[in-house]
Design a protein around this ligand. Structure first.
Ligand SMILES: NC(=O)N[C@@H](CC(=O)O)C(=O)O
Ligand SMILES: [Zn+2]
Ligand SMILES: [Zn+2]
Length: 346
């Protein structure tokens, strides 16, 4: 097959940042994706409904003329979050999810949750109104090896929270392990899991073998090959619980190529072409629409986009810019390390 048409995709986990970076990266997403769940880990974080409304306005103001894109807003869960504010922001349709960052787990997570008992009233309100909790699923206990943080989180934090809060709808964000895949599969339809593009392509060797590759460093960090293979199998299975969240996370190059480099891969520009490549490799092009276009809206109780996207495979490799230029500095586009012949048709 050299061509495939799917409903226009959405991105269920995206970092757009703010200011000059937002201006530069928003068109990269809006060119292909109709909607995105926009992460709230700004500095300072997007905590209240009023802050989410203001951030949404800044995103829409940065959208180039002629592009259509709907930002789906999220709130950053803190120990001081007010359940009534969350409920009001959800009822108005402004906010589509609340994001849980264990304090210290990832970029800009210092205001995240340390004591899960303190957020119990918010979680109970969310269960009552059906508002999803998006979870960065890693423990931050120093004794736990960074490659085990996701598996330990599932057992010691996620599962207890879900048992204590019946009816809470949860998205395991950017799963990176077979443990994550297996856990998601064993649950009911109140649990979804996003999978990034880059975790379908790289394993931990890509980061470390032959010299350290800062542009492959993200959190959760890529794991062993067996986990990458489990993620590929899950993403291409067509199962409703697995959907695309690119976690495209721009950082200026000087902050990635640094003695203490930031975590995040920037994949907004080439995600759809890369996914077509991956799904074709797996012999599963027929399930790309489920992963990128249908399963996410079903979980978030939104309609599938009416527009379509056509992906075409050609004889010569697809070209992308190496970097996106922004007022905050250049941002390197994720390089899969192999030629890709798929591209989105204009
Ligand atoms: N994924 C990352 O490595 N980084 C994200 C944060 C996150 O999603 O954990 C970022 O905001 O840069
Ligand atoms: Zn995260
Ligand atoms: Zn993220």
């Amino acid at each position: 097959m050299t061509q495939i048409t799917i409903p226009r995709p959405d991105d269920w986990h995206l970092h757009l940042r703010d200011g000059a970076m937002l201006q530069a990266v928003l068109p990269e997403t809006a060119r292909h994706f109709a909607r995105a769940i926009v992460m709230p880990n700004l500095v300072p974080p997007v905590v209240t409904g009023a802050e989410a409304a203001a951030y949404r306005e800044r995103i829409l103001a940065a959208l180039p003329e002629g592009m259509t894109f709907e930002p789906l807003m999220t709130l950053y869960l803190t120990e001081d979050t007010d359940p009534a504010d969350v409920a009001a922001a959800a009822a108005s349709g402004l906010v589509r999810a609340v994001k849980l960052y264990p304090a210290g787990a990832t970029t800009n997570s210092a205001s995240g949750v340390r004591d899960f008992d303190k957020v119990r009233p918010v979680l109970e309100k969310m269960a009552e109104i059906g508002l999803p909790l998006c979870v960065h699923g890693e423990v931050v206990t120093p004794e736990v090896d960074i490659f085990d943080r996701e598996a330990v989180f599932i057992e010691t934090v996620l599962d207890p929270i879900r048992r204590a809060t019946p009816g809470l709808r949860v998205v395991m964000e950017h799963i990176t392990t077979k443990d994550g895949v297996d856990y998601a599969r064993a649950q009911g339809d109140d649990l979804g899991a996003t999978i990034t593009t880059h975790h379908l392509i790289i394993n931990r060797n890509h980061i470390l073998v032959g010299g350290i590759k800062p542009h492959y460093y993200c959190l959760p960090v890529a794991k062993r090959e067996l986990h990458r293979l489990a993620l590929r199998e899950a993403a291409t299975s067509g199962e409703a619980r697995f959907f695309l969240g690119t976690d495209s996370a721009p950082h200026a190059d000087h902050l990635k190529e640094h003695a203490c480099g930031c975590a995040g891969c920037f994949t907004a520009t080439n995600t759809m072409a890369l996914l077509a490549h991956v799904f074709e490799e797996e012999g599963k092009l027929d399930t790309l629409a489920n992963f990128a276009s249908r399963n996410g809206p079903a979980f978030y109780r939104l309609p599938v986009n009416a527009e379509t996207m056509t992906l075409v495979k050609s004889d010569s490799p697809t070209q992308w810019p190496d970097k996106i230029l922004s007022g905050a500095g250049p941002v390197t586009v994720f390089n899969p390390g192999f030629p890709v012949y798929w591209n989105v048709k204009d």
